[in-house]
Design a protein around this ligand. Structure first.
Ligand SMILES: Nc1ncnc2c1ncn2[C@@H]1O[C@H](COP(=O)(O)OP(=O)(O)OP(=O)(O)O)[C@@H](O)[C@H]1O
Ligand code: NI
Length: 270
């Protein structure tokens, strides 16, 4: 069977390409147009920031890309090309594994994202074994290397610990380790540092940036913090009320914002 692909010379460096995506949340008395006719590209080896006020639809986009949108969501139209294939035109069977092989996601609250009843090691090994038919021992070695890759010291000790024994910053590193086990083409970070101390925020962002450099991962960074955007993002998409009102390179958007809302955002950040 042939699925829709966006392959072609111009698409090669696009880990994610969203075309004309709309998403509604169906409520008993109304439906909310959370995403409207949205276009977005996350380039390989680059950081794309998705910014916009609370409720503008940023997380909804992230969840739709991961195929984990809420049950009351319907997608009336659009295409989501993840590593070249439109996941919206794929059959349910195989979709989960396709998405988890090509994209990872980390959230705001790393401690909530981990299972409190399992050790770090158990969760990492489980994540490895979901994808690969290898022995537990081999999975353990991969897990250890993952923890080293996110600069966590003494990984062997860490593997035995439960999430509550770790700081927020360490938990977020573990989440990055889990989300990137399979060197996904795309990593989505939905406000990854909002819940962390300021000093730890910079370390986590540095970690994402070094993953981008090392693996060529495309990173879609959802954030409220325009200072962070200016510092590490390559591209920016500005979202408001479900629409992308403006997108471009960081240089373009910061030096020459076209949309009134972008000007307001920039002014508010000064
Ligand atoms: N399951 C749902 N059912 C109905 N409405 C929802 C649902 N999930 C989100 N919404 C609404 O959809 C809109 C977009 O929400 P979303 O969480 O995507 O925004 P956001 O930009 O991520 O906001 P924030 O910056 O606060 O995280 C909001 O109006 C929100 O209230
Ligand atoms: Ni959100």
């Amino acid at each position: 069977m042939q699925y829709k692909t966006n392959q072609g010379v111009q698409s090669e460096n696009k880990a994610l390409e969203i075309r004309s995506l709309s998403l509604d949340y169906i409520m008993p008395d109304q439906s909310i147009h959370a995403v409207v006719d949205l276009n977005l590209v996350a380039r390989t080896g680059k950081i794309t920031a998705l910014v916009g006020e609370s409720g503008s639809g940023k997380s909804t986009v992230a969840l739709a890309v991961m195929g984990i949108q809420d049950k009351n969501a319907v997608i009336p139209g659009g295409e989501i090309y993840l590593a070249g294939t439109d996941i919206l035109s794929m059959p349910k069977k195989g979709l989960r594994s396709y998405i988890s092989n090509h994209a990872g996601i980390i959230f705001q609250d790393p401690i909530d994202s981990l299972n409190p009843l399992l050790t770090v090691g158990e969760q990492l090994v489980e994540a490895v074994l979901i994808h690969e038919k290898i022995t537990k021992k081999q999975a353990f070695t991969i897990a250890l290397n993952q923890l080293l890759a996110v600069s966590l010291p003494q990984p062997e000790e860490l593997m035995k610990k439960y999430p509550f024994m770790l700081s927020g910053g360490m938990c977020q590193r573990v989440m990055i380790a889990i989300a990137s086990v399979f060197r996904p083409a795309l990593l989505i970070a939905d406000e990854p540092t909002t819940a962390l101390d300021v000093t730890v925020q910079a370390q986590i962002l540095h970690q994402l940036d070094s993953m981008r450099k090392r693996e060529g991962t495309a990173i879609l960074l959802i954030t409220h913090d325009l200072g962070v955007v200016a510092e590490i993002a390559d591209d920016v998409c500005v979202m408001k009320d479900g629409y992308i009102v403006e997108s471009g390179t960081v240089e373009d958007i910061f030096s020459n914002p076209q949309h009134r809302y972008t000007c307001q955002l920039l002014a508010a950040a000064l």
